[in-house]
Design a protein around this ligand. Structure first.
Ligand SMILES: [Zn+2]
Length: 172
């Protein structure tokens, strides 16, 4: 199944500032809530997981329960920093050496989840916000949102770094 990389509409972008966060090796834990919903979550390390779990900051995406337990299985994922694409292209640049499209897709889903948890969603104001952050006019923070091809071109022209987040197509 081919992920449609259509660039006709707004694209989901994120600030590369946040990519630095993703760039660090992440630990993915299989978690389970007390209603037996299984889900995965990314953490910088075990301590961070523990901290968030203790503070009940982790909630089940299905039912919102914070009674979360970690399943024994864990795997580490390392997402390589991508070069910001100067020319909008439909090609999705996979991180070096992705074992299979399925695994890449899964990784993408994890990235999406991570971003959802850690980046501020500024929606269609992405270009504007990224510019403000770039100019130091507003608080520096990881953001994500959407931008039209025109806005993307503008950002590129102004030398404002951003990264394109490929759509996993499974976002419901
Ligand atoms: Zn649940």
């Amino acid at each position: 199944m081919l992920p449609s990389g259509s660039t006709a509409g707004p694209t989901r972008l994120l600030t590369t500032r946040g990519i630095d966060l993703i760039h660090s090796p992440m630990v993915v834990y299989d978690l389970i809530c007390k209603k037996q919903h299984r889900f995965e979550a990314w953490f910088p390390n075990y301590e961070e997981y523990q901290k968030q779990a203790d503070k009940k900051l982790i909630s089940c995406p299905t039912c919102g329960s914070t009674g979360i337990e970690k399943l024994p299985h864990a795997c580490a994922v390392h997402v390589k920093k991508e070069q910001p694409a100067p020319v909008p292209k439909k090609t999705e640049k996979a991180p070096p050496g992705p074992p299979s499209p399925a695994e890449f897709k899964e990784m993408l889903l994890r990235v999406h989840h991570y971003i959802k948890e850690n980046f501020e969603d500024v929606g269609s104001r992405f270009a504007e916000e990224a510019r403000q952050i770039h100019c130091g006019k507003t608080e520096e923070r990881p953001i994500h949102g959407t931008a039209t091809p025109e806005e993307r071109a503008e950002l590129t022209e102004e030398g404002i770094p951003y990264a394109i987040l490929p759509k996993p197509e499974l976002d419901s």
